[in-house]
Design a protein around this ligand. Structure first.
Ligand SMILES: Nc1ncnc2c1ncn2[C@@H]1O[C@H](COP(=O)(O)OP(=O)(O)OP(=O)(O)O)[C@@H](O)[C@H]1O
Length: 360
């Protein structure tokens, strides 16, 4: 498995009228060997363009791509030694499951006993051991996609496994187990995986590192925990988490913050420029519904409660601003519409003009 470095890589597709649009703004970043990454963001943010630059399907307008320090920018896909898994299964329909998995290894001249061992362990991890002798065309869509994944992971000599929305065609009920299988396989075989998805839940539950993209830029790269605990922008706070992070317009007088005239102390004192938009962000999971006023509590009105099984989501109004509170099922919800929201100071993050305020 390889370390992949993008150095000052950017890409602009030419439009018919001769103008150009940067689908990927120039950036430099590295993917460490043996780690799992997810590229996540809304449609059109440049995820597939970045993946295709890494695979060699697109030659970037500028910059350098290297695998383990070797410049591969000019190499076509077939000379990059990567495995790819696409939205739709790519399998040999007339071959058995075993032959589908073995084929990439035979092409590389592996000895038969080594092929048998490797195919056996990948099939076992995929839960396909009992299907090895079936013709692939008789399998369900999910099982076919499992084979595509298996073919991606069966070779231990690939530089990276690149996956572009591999669960799109999968039945929603099976997505969960398939996602778990991909994660188990990644832990077992430790390939460098770059996984494209528009689904933040998929990204957060699968990858060790998540890159959140917008308009051809990386807005933040970090572990799922880092993205959840300290989103660097309101964009990331809204995009990651369900429901999204709460952002409340606030005032800052140089030493203290207020929301709708009520004091709230954030985790740290932010530098706020005069006239800049100042907001306090807190995850719905960290807000507590309480009966009476106290330090860092805001009076609120309860509007509605949505049941999400193990949790309930309360929609509240704070002086004309909406917010959500996630309440574990076993916690009571006050019957009175007027209540207080307690915001633990360490979880109240200050944002200036949409960016997490950092202290120099
Ligand atoms: N072949 C192309 N020619 C011109 N523009 C393109 C081409 N492919 C992509 N684009 C544009 O580049 C931008 C980024 O597209 P890209 O497919 O990389 O985004 P994405 O995040 O993968 O989106 P999606 O999830 O919808 O595939 C979009 O504005 C898209 O319209």
């Amino acid at each position: 498995m390889a370390r992949i470095d993008l150095t000052d890589v950017g890409h602009a597709y030419s439009r018919g009228d001769g103008s150009e649009d940067w689908a990927l703004k120039p950036l430099s970043l590295s993917f460490d060997s043996g780690k799992t990454y997810a590229l996540v963001g809304p449609s059109g943010c440049g995820k597939t363009t970045m993946l295709n630059i890494i695979s060699g399907l697109i030659r970037p307008s500028q910059g350098r791509v290297s695998f383990d320090g070797v410049d591969v920018t000019a190499r076509p896909t077939r000379h990059r030694n990567i495995a790819q898994v696409f939205q739709f299964p790519v399998i040999y329909r007339s071959m058995s499951v075993r032959d589908n998995l073995a084929f990439p290894l035979e092409c590389r001249g592996w000895e038969q006993p080594r092929i048998d061992t490797r195919v056996g362990s990948v099939a076992e991890a995929l839960g396909l051991s009992h299907r090895l002798d079936r013709a692939a065309r008789h399998l369900s869509a999910d099982e076919k996609q499992l084979i595509s994944l298996g073919r991606g992971l069966v070779r231990d000599d690939v530089a990276a496994v690149l996956m572009d929305e591999p669960l799109t065609v999968i039945d929603p009920q099976l997505k969960f187990s398939l996602r778990r299988k991909i994660r188990e396989l990644s832990e077992q075989f430790q390939p460098t995986v770059i996984y494209v998805t528009h689904d933040q839940y998929e990204a957060m539950s699968f990858a060790q590192e998540v890159l959140v993209m917008r308009h051809g830029r990386i807005m933040q790269q970090g572990t799922p925990e880092q993205l959840f605990e300290s989103p660097r922008s309101t964009y990331v706070g809204y995009f990651v988490g369900s429901p999204a992070m709460n952002y409340l317009d606030a005032a800052w007088d140089g030493s203290a913050a207020t929301v709708a005239g009520v004091p709230v102390t954030p985790a740290w004192a932010p530098p706020v420029r005069a006239g800049a938009r100042f907001q306090l962000g807190i995850r719905p999971e960290y807000v507590r519904l309480v009966q009476r006023s106290g330090p860092n509590t805001l009076p609120a009105t309860l509007h509605s409660v949505r049941d999400h099984g193990p949790t309930r989501v309360c929609h509240v109004d704070i002086g004309g601003q909406s917010a959500t509170v996630k309440v574990p099922r076993e916690h009571p919800i006050p019957s009175e519409p007027l209540l207080y929201l307690e915001m633990p100071r360490a979880k109240v993050l200050p944002y200036v003009e949409g960016e997490l305020a950092v202290v120099d």
